[in-house]
Design a protein. Sequence first.
Length: 99
Amino acid sequence: MTGEKEFEQLDCSAVIADVWLLLDHECDEGARVRLQHHLDTCRECFEAYGIEEKVKSLIGRKCGGERAPEGLRERLSIQIRRTVILTETDLVADGESED
């Protein structure tokens, strides 16, 4: 049987947090397929993925193709995840207050 039910429901914050793994080709095939499926079916995550992809491309162009130092990569990753979590928390709080 094929279809939507084969894929576990992923939390959007987890997908956005792992988008860099997908962009950097650092996830295994199963994770790549799950993340890509979620991006294909979730407009908000797909838009966020596009932003992350543009940021990665910009960094690559500005750094001349050099790999950023590991400490910088870790700090950027932490800051991006923190921003995503805070943004989602604000969105959830705003959505709950409208009810």
